[in-house]
Design a protein around this ligand. Structure first.
Ligand code: MTE
Ligand code: MO
Length: 245
């Protein structure tokens, strides 16, 4: 695959920034500020698809966005937005299920995690993957989980590019994990030999694992009584990919 040089350089400088102490993205902390501008991404309960944003966030400026893939890999990658359209695309309809007991369905389009694995060639000891976002959010997965069917690195939602609210330019959709694992605004993906933490395990009563349990009401949300599970998707090891028949 040929990487677009201009974007490569852009992404590479994003990496430089991300390595600065204090985080080059300099995300303002509006958590206790009731006056943050309306155009910020913030929690909104809209009928079609609720929006969840742990920290109010202005959205990604695509000219300064790059995806860096690194950690325990043979080949470090720095990708611009256009590079992501060089990967084979897949689409699926799947439901995102939040621990707050709402869920919503959309048609997602994107590429598979294998695309990055094939190019980056992680070290055999790299059993884990750490993901970081432009809004200071982060997640951690077992590599094996990201290679399962119906996990997508998503560029489009319902036929249109991801909106600012839903994670433009790149998010993860893993339907068998609670919503908080479905990280938006991804900027960095690192292969690692140990499990990381994630934003909601450090800020709330949520597990790093976040797997939706069959038949069990979400057990994770503190002060609320359990509610009926509403359309979560459960991973079954016998599940096949559509392209595997
Ligand atoms: N970067 C980032 N990703 C995130 C979040 C966030 O605050 N920041 N919130 C998570 C939570 S708790 C949920 S339920 C889903 C919601 O996705 P949506 O806003 O597209 O509905 O995004 C997840 N991914
Ligand atoms: Mo959530």
């Amino acid at each position: 695959m040929k990487f677009n040089r201009r974007n490569f350089l852009k992404a590479f400088s994003a990496l430089g920034l991300a390595l600065l102490p204090g985080n080059g993205y300099a995300v303002p902390d509006y958590r206790n500020d009731k006056n943050f501008p309306k155009e910020y991404v913030q929690n909104r309960d809209i009928p079609e698809f609720h929006i969840r944003s742990a920290n109010p966030f202005l959205g990604v400026d695509i000219d300064n966005w790059g995806l860096v893939v690194g950690g325990k890999v043979k080949n470090k990658l720095a990708l611009g937005y256009e590079d992501l359209f060089g990967f084979k695309t897949h689409s699926q309809i799947s439901r995102l299920k939040c621990v707050e007991c709402w869920s919503a369905k959309a048609k997602w389009g994107g590429f598979r995690f294998e695309e990055l694995v094939e190019r980056a060639e992680p070290h055999p000891s790299a059993k884990y993957v750490h993901l970081k976002s432009a809004d200071s959010y982060y997640e951690s997965y077992l590599l094996e989980e990201l290679l399962r069917p119906r996990v997508l690195l998503v560029l489009s939602m319902n036929g249109a590019p991801l909106s600012k609210d839903h994670g433009y330019p790149l998010r993860l959709i893993a339907p068998f994990k609670y919503g908080y694992k479905n990280i938006k605004y991804i900027t960095q993906i690192d292969f690692a030999d140990s499990q990381g933490r994630n934003y909601w395990s450090n800020h709330g009563p949520y597990s790093v694992d976040g797997t939706i349990q069959p038949g069990i009401d979400h057990p994770l949300d503190y002060h609320k009584k359990p509610l009926p599970i509403n359309g979560g998707e459960v991973f079954h090891p016998f599940d096949k990919r559509p392209d595997q028949g």
